[in-house]
Design a protein around this ligand. Structure first.
Ligand code: DAH
Length: 363
């Protein structure tokens, strides 16, 4: 009796149609449900003579597994078919798309990334440092004398010390810890040369790094000056590095960025952290060297400063100046973007005027 029921049910389960959700549901209810026909047979197991119970039980279990397997397979097939089916069969999929305006890249990001790519090709890897700095990394380690005008309140934004955090914030600033001098206020970095010091203090030699970042100076905002702008710093320290290496790197960079027919000149200058120092001028791209108000009618524009790292700076960072030498530079991203895109007012970079921003490369 029981054997016959099992045989009949097996035939039904293996041949049942499972082609649509209704059939799937019916199958699940009648074979797998708690009140289904398989459950019925399990209930009848108690009427089976003791010596057959084991064998019949096993048959029932096998049948249950078969039913479950058939159901799972059919359900997966149904789900896969649903995934592939058009969501709305009446929709015309050949219609052209409605254009969806994505944003554009900011010109400063475009120029920064282009600069990093160019230096990256000759082995300069990116490093970054904090925008809130201590006196050591912004000034002292970079050889600024104590009474240097760049430390003046007029140029530097100082950050009011928070008394309970002061101890923790100053810990690890080599200069102060070493000299035991009273804590100097923190500040918004006035240049990215801070990151030079940080990499020289922490990284193994040779060092070859580019360091992009935002810098701050207490200046009135105008077409030509801003209290917040961006620089790309670079540093290379190894044995036997010379000014000729520096010049070659700058030639390479400028020609990669602006093309081979651009003129470059090094103008002797002074920075506390380099000796000798130079400013880098290139042909004014606004007037092509003819003279205009951007280049103050000289035909040249300055794109940054550079020089051989002063031995005192190497020593401050724990590098032996007898054995190692190096060069460094700092270039303004805004200035380069202005030349590249013929932008005549610095304020455009921060005003978020869509008519300006939309002119740059789309995302
Ligand atoms: N830190 C300088 C500035 O903000 C730029 C600069 C000049 C950076 C010479 C350098 C350098 O690394 O060697 O005006």
């Amino acid at each position: 009796m029981m054997q016959e029921s099992i045989a009949a049910l097996t035939a039904e389960i293996t041949t049942a149609e499972l082609n649509n959700p209704a059939e799937l549901d019916a199958f699940r209810i009648s074979y797998l449900g708690r009140k289904g026909r398989l459950a019925d047979l399990f209930d009848q197991l108690k009427t089976v003579p003791a010596e057959d119970k084991r064998a019949v039980g096993q048959q029932l279990n096998t049948l249950k597994q078969q039913a479950q397997a058939r159901f799972d397979e059919a359900q997966q097939a149904a789900e896969a078919a649903a995934d592939n089916a058009p969501a709305n069969p009446d929709f015309d999929y050949s219609l052209p798309v409605v254009p969806n305006a994505l944003g554009t890249r900011h010109p400063l990001s475009l120029v920064r990334e282009e600069m990093l790519r160019i230096f990256g090709r000759i082995g300069f890897a990116v490093a970054e440092g904090p925008e809130i700095e201590d006196d050591w990394h912004n000034f002292t380690a970079l050889n600024f004398p104590e009474n240097h005008p760049a430390r003046d309140m007029q140029d530097t934004f100082f950050v009011a010390p928070v008394s309970h955090a002061a101890g923790a914030a100053n810990a690890g600033t080599t200069g102060e810890a070493a000299t035991g001098a009273p804590a100097l206020p923190h500040l918004l970095r006035t240049h990215t040369s801070t990151v030079q010091v940080r990499v020289m203090e922490t990284e193994p030699l040779p060092i070859r790094r580019v360091m992009p970042g935002r810098v701050f100076r207490n200046e009135a905002i105008s077409a030509r000056a801003h209290m917040m702008f961006h620089q790309v710093e670079g540093i290379f320290i190894d044995e036997g590095v010379s000014f000729a290496d520096l010049k070659q790197t700058v030639y390479y960079f400028v020609q990669e960025l602006f093309g081979a027919d651009i003129n470059i000149r090094f103008r002797p200058s002074f920075f506390p952290f380099t000796e000798p120092s130079a400013e880098i001028d290139i042909t004014c791209l606004i007037c092509k060297g003819a003279g205009c108000n951007i280049c103050k009618y000289s035909g040249w524009v300055e794109i940054g400063g550079c020089g051989m790292v002063d031995p005192a700076v190497l020593e401050n960072a724990g590098i032996d100046p007898e054995k190692y030498s190096g060069y460094a530079w700092g270039m303004g991203i805004e200035r380069i973007a202005m030349l590249k895109y013929q932008i005549k007012d610095l304020r455009l970079f921060t005003e978020n005027d869509m008519r300006f921003l939309r002119q740059f490369e789309a995302l």
